[in-house]
Design a binder for this molecule. Structure first.
Ligand code: GSH
Length: 200
């Protein structure tokens, strides 16, 4: 199994973290997204959408989209509940992550930490911050009443949401008012075979 990944990507980290927690060996290929390596003809033949992460199975099948990769890897493991409602709840939070969270929190981090802050990005930043804080508020409210997203134990929904939330400060978000989120970070970080985002 081969993972096309980037050391600066939270989406790639989701797959790396789950693979570590599952003790699944894999070959990791670093794709330098800042140098356009995800947009070369060779990479576009792997993923026409020009983005990492991409999982290549030993039989050559290719799977893109971080949350689809999590879903595939978690099948028949405790990270994906058997119960159909619990499974759908995990998916609910993963769709939330992709539509209401990642486009704001991940993008603000990418702009501030890895790209130049152009006038166009500066103009769009207020909206990113407002929408990102709205997502954090929803997570905080959920975590005030529950230990995890999606089930009564860690699932792929937690991994999907943790990846960019725990580095939201790199995008300029102040996490200090979010006590329930910070306690949830500690629960995830205490899980067996947890690895930090910096570990590739
Ligand atoms: N929805 C996708 C987003 C993937 C994505 O945005 N990947 C970024 C890195 S985090 C990327 O490859 N950017 C390089 C590019 O767009 O050329 C997922 O969850 O996997």
């Amino acid at each position: 199994m081969r993972l096309y990944d980037s050391s600066i990507s939270g989406n790639g980290y989701k797959a790396r973290l789950l693979l570590s927690m599952l003790n699944r060996p894999f070959e990791r290929i670093e794709v330098d997204i800042l140098q356009g390596e995800s947009r070369t003809p060779e990479f576009l033949a792997v993923n026409p959408n020009g983005r990492i992460p991409v999982l290549e199975l030993d039989d050559g099948r290719i799977l893109a989209e971080s949350n689809a990769i999590l879903y595939f890897l978690a099948e028949k493991t405790p990270f994906l509940p058997d119960d159909s409602f619990a499974r759908a709840m995990a998916l609910q939070w993963m769709f939330f992550e992709q539509y209401s969270h990642e486009p704001y929190i991940a993008v603000a981090r990418f702009w501030r930490a890895h790209l130049d802050m152009t006038p166009a990005r500066e103009a769009a930043l207020d909206e990113k911050m407002t929408q990102g804080y709205a997502a954090l508020d929803i997570m905080e409210t959920h975590l005030e009443a529950h230990d995890w997203f999606g089930n009564d134990a860690i699932t792929i929904a937690d991994i999907a949401l943790y990846a960019y939330t725990h580095v939201a400060d790199e995008g300029g978000y102040d996490l200090s008012p979010y006590g329930a989120i910070r306690t949830w970070f500690e629960r995830i970080e205490a899980s067996p075979d947890y690895i930090p985002i910096s570990q590739v």
